[in-house]
Design a protein around this ligand. Structure first.
Ligand code: M6R
Length: 612
């Protein structure tokens, strides 16, 4: 939920730290701060509000020192004030700590530390760690790593912690438990951060860390130890994203850039998935044909936008593989008694791979004997590491808080899984798979076509900017699209928006329609069960009650009753979400721009939600 970065090396530390925080600001942006490794007493600056507030506060007197830690915050304990901003320091201001996560036993720790004479200044859970570490470091005669080891043993909760001390300012110590931390291995300099985006400009070599592993880094060394102090072998990997992927590249916002990156993201996720003899290649699933044939049920768990990809999975997998699929919001999953056994496949979907609700659901499923396959966009993040198998999407870094290209690639991953399962269990013929895969390969071009013609949609959107309610209607595979359209609008434009299944309208929601209420209807593709006609009737029903109707329809489809029709290219019905979602993303984006909202960092949100 917060962004964390640490640096030690020859550069003036404030430069990589601020640059790193800028790249991590998507993780939280209600306050920011840095501690620089000035010998004697640390230099600390922290400010409520966006990173720019901190930058403005850092004047020319900024010390030119070569190590430090930086933090951008999404508040949990204590409001977003200067005082509650990180870093937090001990009473000598020699030791500073930054933290992502929650220390569950902080009240008890704080009481113990106050009883020993420590003076607290903030309302945060993190400050207890600064005081605790300070005492433990003294006990360990100045060894910050040993102090961190003992501190971690005393802490409950989820956390990434970085600490620095003025007596040995070039040493930065970090640890993670249920919260992300990666090490960036540079030449004569090293980094730690919540996400590789923070240091990708300086190095493409990274080390992934396991639970409760402690990193001690200097400019020329990286030592990883476990809680007993035993050395742990570093798991190094190459970062495949390039630095430009984490920059706006001439677009006004990351979100717009990411919307326009969708054709490539979809194409990259599809590359090399069909063999010469028309078999879907998904070795990552690590499932034998017998195991696939014995599957009795699939449960998809995810949150927010990823949950909508899960809903698409239900339609696709049930249709192609004839395996029953449940889709569940991850935060609800483990609080009932879900029936899981070895014949159940759990599919977790998460862009970040760090969403705590999804992670806890995965752990619950695994503990109950389920096999977990994760669809994820972030290499070496926690959820994939704890899953039995991972299918990585290739969306590249998604920086805007609102998910766009990650969703489309998640849907593609879901299609590949559905086709593979159906092919292996004999529900789909090889020729059907081949034909569907060919259609998948057409999707990037079709998304491009939509993006080439969005300008009129952007203009049209402006005429809705002052409405306070927008409703979305979909049927069948268009229903998750309607939900996604509404979610995007809520999070970006701060407008009350709801998505409904078209048939459900008459059971209550139609009472919301008033003179001028905008309704966006996704006309079902294909003509199975005459669903398109049923949606046309829904359109007439809302129009008769004063709604202004926009319809998203395939080229050539018959439409009546719409004030505006947005055409999307023709594709097989199940693939419609990949196309129909795109105009809705643009609609939400434009609404946010017109209303003067912060597109990439909408209020109250964070990109990756690492608390339950
Ligand atoms: O990283 P994840 O895919 O697990 O994140 C799940 C949701 O928090 C995320 O999709 C959220 O709903 C987006 N901000 C929506 O645009």
């Amino acid at each position: 939920m917060c962004g964390i970065v640490g640096y030690t090396g020859p550069q003036s530390a404030s430069i990589p730290l601020i640059e790193g925080l800028r790249r991590l600001e998507y993780r939280g942006y209600d306050s920011a701060g840095i501690a620089l490794g000035t010998p004697g007493k640390l230099f600390i600056e922290k400010k409520a509000g966006k990173l720019s507030n901190l930058e403005n506060a850092l004047d020319a007197t900024l010390p030119n020192v070569h190590s430090g830690i930086g933090h951008t915050r999404w508040a949990t304990h204590g409001g977003p004030t200067d005082t509650n901003a990180h870093p937090h320091v001990d009473n000598d201001e020699k030791l500073a700590v930054i933290h992502n996560g929650i220390i569950e036993n902080y009240t008890e720790l704080r009481a113990q530390l106050e009883a020993k004479g420590h003076k607290f200044s903030s309302e945060t859970d993190t400050e207890s760690v600064a005081h605790l570490l300070s005492d433990l470091r003294k006990e360990h005669e100045g060894d910050l790593t040993a102090a961190m080891r003992d501190a971690v043993k005393a802490l409950r909760g989820s956390f990434t912690l970085l600490a620095i001390h003025a007596d040995k300012p070039d040493v930065v110590v970090g640890v993670r438990r249920n919260s992300p931390l990666v090490v960036g291995v540079g030449k004569g300099e090293n980094f730690m951060a919540s996400d590789v985006a923070a240091f990708i400009e300086y190095t493409k070599h990274a080390i992934e860390l396991g639970q409760d592993e402690i990193v001690t880094m200097t400019p020329t060394s990286i030592e990883i130890t476990d809680l007993e102090g035993k050395s742990v072998k570093a798991k190094e990997y190459e970062i495949s994203w390039d630095a430009s992927a984490a920059q706006k590249g001439g677009f006004a916002h990351f979100m717009l850039k990411e919307i326009f990156e969708q054709p490539k993201a979809v194409a990259d996720t599809l590359i090399g998935r069909l063999s010469d003899n028309n078999q879907i290649l998904l070795d990552e699933l690590h499932m034998s044909a017998d195991e696939i044939r014995s599957l009795k049920k699939i449960t998809v768990i995810a949150c927010g936008t990823a949950y909508h990809a899960g809903m698409v999975a239900k339609y696709a997998i049930e249709k192609w593989a004839k395996i029953p699929v449940d889709v569940e919001i991850a935060s609800e999953f483990r609080y009932r008694d879900p029936i899981i056994d070895p014949s159940t496949l759990i599919i977790a979907i998460s862009q970040s791979g760090e969403t705590m609700d999804t992670l806890m659901a995965v752990r619950h499923a695994k503990a109950a004997g389920g096999r977990v396959l994760t669809i994820c966009n972030t290499n070496s993040s926690t959820i994939p590491r704890e899953s039995d198998a991972v299918l990585y999407t290739h969306a590249g870094p998604e920086i805007a808080v609102a998910s766009t290209k990650a969703l489309l690639t998640q849907i593609i991953a879901v299609y590949l899984i559905g086709l593979h399962l159906g092919q292996v269990n004999g529900s789909l013929k090889d020729t059907e798979v081949r034909d569907l895969y060919k259609e998948l390969l057409e999707l990037p071009g079709k998304i491009e076509q939509i993006l080439e013609t969005v300008e009129p949609l952007r203009e049209l959107t402006r005429t809705f900017a002052h409405n306070n309610t927008v409703l979305f209607l979909g049927r069948n595979i268009g229903y998750p699209v309607a939900l996604e359209g509404a979610l995007k609008l809520k999070e970006l434009a701060y407008i009350h928006a709801e998505g409904f299944a078209g048939g459900e309208l008459k059971h209550g929601p139609i009472a919301l329609i008033d003179q001028g209420t905008p309704v966006i209807a996704i006309l079902p593709a294909g003509h199975e069960h005459s669903l398109d006609e049923k949606m046309l009737s829904n359109i007439q029903e809302v129009k008769a009650r004063g709604a202004r109707v926009i319809v998203i329809a395939e080229e050539g489809a018959h439409v009546e009753g719409a004030e505006h029709v947005i055409r999307i290219p023709v594709a097989p019905a199940l693939f419609q979400p990949v196309l129909a979602t795109v105009p809705l993303q643009v609609f939400a984006y434009e609404m946010a721009v017109v209303r003067g909202n912060d597109v990439d960092q909408p209020r109250n949100l964070a990109k990756s939600v690492t608390v339950e």
